[in-house]
Write a protein that binds this ligand. Structure first.
Ligand code: ZN
Length: 314
Protein backbone atom coordinates (compact mmCIF):
# COMPACT_ATOMS: atom_id res chain seq x y z
CA UNK A 1 0.00 0.00 0.00
CA UNK A 2 1.30 3.44 -0.91
CA UNK A 3 2.05 5.52 2.16
CA UNK A 4 0.06 8.51 0.99
CA UNK A 5 -3.05 8.12 -1.13
CA UNK A 6 -4.39 11.05 -3.09
CA UNK A 7 -8.12 11.28 -3.75
CA UNK A 8 -9.64 14.31 -5.44
CA UNK A 9 -6.34 16.17 -5.07
CA UNK A 10 -6.31 15.61 -1.28
CA UNK A 11 -3.31 13.67 0.11
CA UNK A 12 -4.32 11.31 2.93
CA UNK A 13 -1.62 9.82 5.19
CA UNK A 14 -1.73 6.64 7.29
CA UNK A 15 -3.50 7.31 10.59
CA UNK A 16 -5.72 9.97 9.03
CA UNK A 17 -9.53 9.91 8.75
CA UNK A 18 -11.08 12.46 6.43
CA UNK A 19 -13.93 13.28 4.04
CA UNK A 20 -13.09 14.39 0.50
CA UNK A 21 -15.70 16.15 -1.61
CA UNK A 22 -15.22 15.46 -5.30
CA UNK A 23 -16.98 17.91 -7.60
CA UNK A 24 -19.32 16.33 -10.16
CA UNK A 25 -20.26 19.71 -11.65
CA UNK A 26 -23.42 21.73 -11.17
CA UNK A 27 -27.14 21.17 -11.63
CA UNK A 28 -28.70 23.39 -14.34
CA UNK A 29 -30.14 25.55 -11.53
CA UNK A 30 -26.65 26.20 -10.26
CA UNK A 31 -26.39 23.91 -7.23
CA UNK A 32 -23.03 22.24 -6.83
CA UNK A 33 -23.00 18.40 -6.81
CA UNK A 34 -20.25 16.83 -4.70
CA UNK A 35 -19.59 13.13 -4.19
CA UNK A 36 -18.48 12.59 -0.60
CA UNK A 37 -15.67 10.07 -0.16
CA UNK A 38 -14.97 9.05 3.45
CA UNK A 39 -11.45 7.71 4.00
CA UNK A 40 -10.33 5.91 7.16
CA UNK A 41 -6.66 4.94 7.44
CA UNK A 42 -4.87 2.94 10.11
CA UNK A 43 -1.20 3.67 10.83
CA UNK A 44 -0.57 -0.02 10.06
CA UNK A 45 -0.44 -1.10 6.43
CA UNK A 46 -3.10 -3.51 5.20
CA UNK A 47 -5.91 -4.00 2.68
CA UNK A 48 -7.67 -1.04 1.07
CA UNK A 49 -11.40 -1.76 0.92
CA UNK A 50 -13.86 0.25 -1.19
CA UNK A 51 -17.52 0.37 -0.08
CA UNK A 52 -20.02 1.90 -2.52
CA UNK A 53 -23.77 2.53 -2.18
CA UNK A 54 -26.34 4.11 -4.47
CA UNK A 55 -24.64 3.61 -7.84
CA UNK A 56 -28.31 3.12 -8.70
CA UNK A 57 -29.87 6.18 -7.09
CA UNK A 58 -33.18 4.54 -6.15
CA UNK A 59 -31.57 1.60 -4.31
CA UNK A 60 -31.66 3.04 -0.82
CA UNK A 61 -30.75 0.08 1.43
CA UNK A 62 -27.01 0.28 0.72
CA UNK A 63 -26.94 4.06 1.10
CA UNK A 64 -28.71 3.80 4.47
CA UNK A 65 -26.51 0.92 5.69
CA UNK A 66 -23.33 2.88 4.91
CA UNK A 67 -24.84 5.97 6.55
CA UNK A 68 -25.49 3.91 9.69
CA UNK A 69 -21.97 2.43 9.54
CA UNK A 70 -20.51 5.97 9.46
CA UNK A 71 -22.81 7.11 12.29
CA UNK A 72 -21.71 4.09 14.37
CA UNK A 73 -18.07 4.98 13.60
CA UNK A 74 -17.33 1.42 12.48
CA UNK A 75 -14.14 2.39 10.67
CA UNK A 76 -12.63 4.93 13.07
CA UNK A 77 -10.11 2.60 14.71
CA UNK A 78 -8.98 0.04 12.15
CA UNK A 79 -6.31 -2.46 13.21
CA UNK A 80 -4.70 -2.04 9.81
CA UNK A 81 -5.35 -0.89 6.26
CA UNK A 82 -7.79 1.60 4.80
CA UNK A 83 -11.56 1.77 4.26
CA UNK A 84 -12.89 4.09 1.55
CA UNK A 85 -16.66 4.68 1.76
CA UNK A 86 -18.80 6.34 -0.91
CA UNK A 87 -22.29 6.02 0.63
CA UNK A 88 -24.00 7.72 -2.32
CA UNK A 89 -22.44 7.51 -5.77
CA UNK A 90 -25.43 8.61 -7.86
CA UNK A 91 -26.56 11.82 -6.16
CA UNK A 92 -28.75 12.93 -9.07
CA UNK A 93 -30.59 9.57 -9.17
CA UNK A 94 -31.10 9.67 -5.39
CA UNK A 95 -32.71 13.11 -5.35
CA UNK A 96 -34.88 12.32 -8.38
CA UNK A 97 -35.87 8.78 -7.22
CA UNK A 98 -34.35 7.16 -10.30
CA UNK A 99 -31.85 4.41 -11.05
CA UNK A 100 -29.91 6.33 -13.67
CA UNK A 101 -27.86 9.50 -13.88
CA UNK A 102 -28.72 12.84 -15.49
CA UNK A 103 -28.43 11.59 -19.05
CA UNK A 104 -30.60 8.50 -18.49
CA UNK A 105 -27.44 6.42 -18.35
CA UNK A 106 -26.72 3.66 -15.88
CA UNK A 107 -23.47 4.41 -14.01
CA UNK A 108 -22.95 0.68 -13.49
CA UNK A 109 -22.87 0.22 -17.29
CA UNK A 110 -20.54 3.21 -17.83
CA UNK A 111 -17.20 1.95 -16.49
CA UNK A 112 -14.33 2.69 -16.93
CA UNK A 113 -15.86 6.06 -17.86
CA UNK A 114 -14.23 9.25 -19.06
CA UNK A 115 -13.56 12.74 -17.66
CA UNK A 116 -15.00 14.14 -20.90
CA UNK A 117 -18.23 12.10 -20.98
CA UNK A 118 -21.65 12.87 -19.58
CA UNK A 119 -22.40 12.61 -15.85
CA UNK A 120 -22.57 8.78 -15.59
CA UNK A 121 -19.31 8.42 -17.49
CA UNK A 122 -17.57 11.11 -15.42
CA UNK A 123 -18.60 9.50 -12.12
CA UNK A 124 -17.43 6.08 -13.34
CA UNK A 125 -14.20 7.71 -14.49
CA UNK A 126 -13.53 9.26 -11.07
CA UNK A 127 -13.95 5.89 -9.35
CA UNK A 128 -11.89 4.04 -11.99
CA UNK A 129 -8.99 6.49 -12.10
CA UNK A 130 -8.82 8.18 -8.71
CA UNK A 131 -9.98 5.47 -6.31
CA UNK A 132 -9.79 1.91 -7.68
CA UNK A 133 -6.00 1.99 -8.27
CA UNK A 134 -5.51 2.15 -4.48
CA UNK A 135 -7.98 -0.66 -3.68
CA UNK A 136 -7.36 -4.32 -2.93
CA UNK A 137 -11.07 -5.34 -2.74
CA UNK A 138 -14.53 -3.86 -2.47
CA UNK A 139 -18.22 -4.37 -1.81
CA UNK A 140 -20.87 -2.65 -3.96
CA UNK A 141 -24.32 -2.50 -2.30
CA UNK A 142 -27.48 -2.84 -4.43
CA UNK A 143 -31.21 -3.63 -4.25
CA UNK A 144 -33.54 -5.32 -6.73
CA UNK A 145 -34.63 -3.00 -9.53
CA UNK A 146 -38.22 -1.73 -9.72
CA UNK A 147 -40.37 -3.65 -7.20
CA UNK A 148 -38.36 -6.86 -7.23
CA UNK A 149 -37.28 -7.69 -3.67
CA UNK A 150 -33.97 -9.52 -3.53
CA UNK A 151 -33.42 -11.80 -0.55
CA UNK A 152 -30.01 -10.87 0.93
CA UNK A 153 -27.31 -12.40 -1.28
CA UNK A 154 -23.70 -11.90 -2.31
CA UNK A 155 -22.84 -12.11 -6.00
CA UNK A 156 -19.29 -12.93 -7.03
CA UNK A 157 -17.33 -14.37 -9.91
CA UNK A 158 -15.90 -17.85 -9.90
CA UNK A 159 -13.03 -16.45 -12.02
CA UNK A 160 -11.34 -14.72 -9.08
CA UNK A 161 -10.32 -17.10 -6.25
CA UNK A 162 -10.16 -14.32 -3.67
CA UNK A 163 -13.72 -13.29 -4.63
CA UNK A 164 -14.99 -16.66 -3.35
CA UNK A 165 -12.96 -16.25 -0.15
CA UNK A 166 -14.49 -12.81 0.44
CA UNK A 167 -18.00 -14.10 -0.37
CA UNK A 168 -17.50 -16.86 2.21
CA UNK A 169 -16.26 -14.28 4.72
CA UNK A 170 -19.33 -12.06 4.10
CA UNK A 171 -21.55 -15.05 5.00
CA UNK A 172 -24.85 -13.78 3.53
CA UNK A 173 -27.81 -16.20 3.53
CA UNK A 174 -26.99 -16.92 -0.14
CA UNK A 175 -23.86 -16.62 -2.29
CA UNK A 176 -24.49 -16.60 -6.03
CA UNK A 177 -21.91 -17.14 -8.75
CA UNK A 178 -22.85 -14.53 -11.33
CA UNK A 179 -21.13 -13.59 -14.61
CA UNK A 180 -20.03 -9.99 -15.02
CA UNK A 181 -22.20 -7.30 -16.54
CA UNK A 182 -20.15 -5.51 -19.18
CA UNK A 183 -18.93 -2.01 -18.21
CA UNK A 184 -19.92 -2.58 -14.57
CA UNK A 185 -17.80 -1.55 -11.57
CA UNK A 186 -17.32 -5.24 -10.75
CA UNK A 187 -16.04 -6.00 -14.27
CA UNK A 188 -13.61 -3.09 -14.54
CA UNK A 189 -12.27 -3.83 -11.06
CA UNK A 190 -11.78 -7.49 -12.03
CA UNK A 191 -9.78 -6.33 -15.06
CA UNK A 192 -7.55 -4.42 -12.61
CA UNK A 193 -7.18 -7.55 -10.42
CA UNK A 194 -9.51 -6.25 -7.68
CA UNK A 195 -12.31 -8.54 -6.43
CA UNK A 196 -15.55 -6.69 -5.80
CA UNK A 197 -18.52 -8.39 -4.19
CA UNK A 198 -22.01 -7.22 -5.10
CA UNK A 199 -24.50 -7.34 -2.24
CA UNK A 200 -28.12 -7.48 -3.35
CA UNK A 201 -30.92 -6.95 -0.85
CA UNK A 202 -34.44 -5.50 -0.82
CA UNK A 203 -36.11 -3.43 -3.52
CA UNK A 204 -35.90 0.13 -4.85
CA UNK A 205 -37.22 3.15 -2.90
CA UNK A 206 -37.63 1.12 0.30
CA UNK A 207 -35.42 0.54 3.30
CA UNK A 208 -35.70 -2.84 4.96
CA UNK A 209 -34.24 -3.46 8.44
CA UNK A 210 -33.47 -7.17 7.77
CA UNK A 211 -31.67 -6.33 4.51
CA UNK A 212 -29.68 -3.57 6.23
CA UNK A 213 -28.73 -5.79 9.19
CA UNK A 214 -27.59 -8.57 6.86
CA UNK A 215 -25.39 -6.15 4.90
CA UNK A 216 -23.94 -4.55 8.05
CA UNK A 217 -23.15 -7.96 9.59
CA UNK A 218 -21.58 -9.18 6.34
CA UNK A 219 -19.42 -6.08 6.09
CA UNK A 220 -18.22 -6.57 9.68
CA UNK A 221 -17.41 -10.23 8.94
CA UNK A 222 -15.35 -9.27 5.87
CA UNK A 223 -13.37 -6.65 7.84
CA UNK A 224 -12.80 -9.18 10.65
CA UNK A 225 -11.63 -11.75 8.09
CA UNK A 226 -9.07 -9.22 6.80
CA UNK A 227 -7.88 -8.60 10.40
CA UNK A 228 -8.88 -4.95 10.07
CA UNK A 229 -11.45 -5.05 12.90
CA UNK A 230 -12.59 -7.21 15.84
CA UNK A 231 -16.37 -6.91 15.70
CA UNK A 232 -18.58 -9.31 17.63
CA UNK A 233 -20.78 -10.82 14.95
CA UNK A 234 -22.24 -14.32 14.59
CA UNK A 235 -21.91 -16.50 11.53
CA UNK A 236 -24.97 -18.12 9.96
CA UNK A 237 -25.84 -20.83 7.45
CA UNK A 238 -24.80 -19.85 3.90
CA UNK A 239 -26.03 -21.58 0.74
CA UNK A 240 -23.94 -21.48 -2.45
CA UNK A 241 -25.95 -21.08 -5.67
CA UNK A 242 -24.39 -21.63 -9.07
CA UNK A 243 -26.95 -19.97 -11.33
CA UNK A 244 -30.38 -18.41 -11.35
CA UNK A 245 -33.55 -18.82 -13.35
CA UNK A 246 -36.50 -16.43 -13.77
CA UNK A 247 -40.08 -17.68 -13.56
CA UNK A 248 -42.31 -15.48 -15.72
CA UNK A 249 -46.05 -14.85 -15.80
CA UNK A 250 -47.98 -17.13 -18.17
CA UNK A 251 -50.88 -14.67 -18.25
CA UNK A 252 -51.73 -11.07 -17.33
CA UNK A 253 -53.58 -9.85 -14.27
CA UNK A 254 -53.02 -9.44 -10.54
CA UNK A 255 -50.13 -11.41 -9.10
CA UNK A 256 -50.10 -12.95 -5.63
CA UNK A 257 -47.03 -14.85 -4.43
CA UNK A 258 -47.88 -17.63 -1.95
CA UNK A 259 -44.39 -18.39 -0.70
CA UNK A 260 -41.88 -16.52 1.46
CA UNK A 261 -38.77 -15.04 -0.10
CA UNK A 262 -35.63 -17.06 0.73
CA UNK A 263 -37.59 -20.36 0.95
CA UNK A 264 -36.50 -23.68 -0.45
CA UNK A 265 -38.59 -24.60 -3.52
CA UNK A 266 -39.30 -27.93 -5.21
CA UNK A 267 -39.93 -28.43 -8.91
CA UNK A 268 -43.70 -28.48 -9.52
CA UNK A 269 -44.49 -26.56 -6.32
CA UNK A 270 -47.31 -23.98 -6.39
CA UNK A 271 -45.68 -20.62 -5.57
CA UNK A 272 -48.26 -18.02 -6.64
CA UNK A 273 -51.35 -17.05 -8.60
CA UNK A 274 -52.16 -14.63 -11.40
CA UNK A 275 -55.83 -13.55 -11.38
CA UNK A 276 -57.20 -12.32 -14.73
CA UNK A 277 -59.70 -9.49 -14.15
CA UNK A 278 -61.64 -9.94 -17.39
CA UNK A 279 -62.15 -13.68 -17.57
CA UNK A 280 -62.05 -14.44 -13.85
CA UNK A 281 -59.47 -17.08 -14.73
CA UNK A 282 -56.88 -17.95 -12.11
CA UNK A 283 -53.52 -19.19 -13.36
CA UNK A 284 -51.29 -21.10 -10.97
CA UNK A 285 -47.61 -20.17 -10.92
CA UNK A 286 -45.56 -23.35 -10.55
CA UNK A 287 -41.81 -23.66 -10.12
CA UNK A 288 -40.01 -25.32 -13.02
CA UNK A 289 -36.94 -26.13 -10.94
CA UNK A 290 -35.64 -27.05 -7.50
CA UNK A 291 -33.85 -24.23 -5.71
CA UNK A 292 -34.19 -21.27 -3.39
CA UNK A 293 -36.35 -18.20 -3.86
CA UNK A 294 -33.96 -15.24 -4.35
CA UNK A 295 -36.36 -12.57 -5.59
CA UNK A 296 -40.10 -11.82 -5.53
CA UNK A 297 -41.83 -9.24 -7.71
CA UNK A 298 -43.87 -7.11 -5.31
CA UNK A 299 -45.73 -5.27 -8.08
CA UNK A 300 -49.20 -6.82 -8.30
CA UNK A 301 -50.11 -5.79 -11.85
CA UNK A 302 -48.32 -8.07 -14.33
CA UNK A 303 -48.27 -8.69 -18.05
CA UNK A 304 -47.71 -12.08 -19.62
CA UNK A 305 -43.95 -12.70 -19.68
CA UNK A 306 -43.13 -10.41 -16.74
CA UNK A 307 -40.60 -11.80 -14.25
CA UNK A 308 -42.34 -12.98 -11.07
CA UNK A 309 -39.70 -14.95 -9.18
CA UNK A 310 -35.98 -15.54 -9.40
CA UNK A 311 -34.89 -19.00 -8.30
CA UNK A 312 -31.29 -19.68 -7.26
CA UNK A 313 -30.09 -23.15 -8.21
CA UNK A 314 -27.38 -24.95 -6.16
ZN1 ZN B 1 -28.38 -1.79 -8.48
Amino acid sequence: MADIINIGGVPISPGENTVVKISLGKLPVGNQLNMRVHVFRSLNPGPVILLTGGIHGDEINGIEMLRQALELQLFENLNCGTVIVIPLVNIFGFISFTRDSTDGKDINRSFPGSPHGSMASRIAGIISRQILPYCSAGIDFHSGSQSRFNYPQIRFTGRHPSGKVLADAFNAPFSLIKPFLQKSLRKIAFDMGIPILVYEGGETLRVDPFVIKQSMDGLKKVLNHLNMTNFQVERQENILLKRMSWIRAQSQGLFYPTINNGSRIDKGQLIGWVHDLAGNANTAVVSNTNGYLLCVNNRPVVYSGDPLFNIGIP
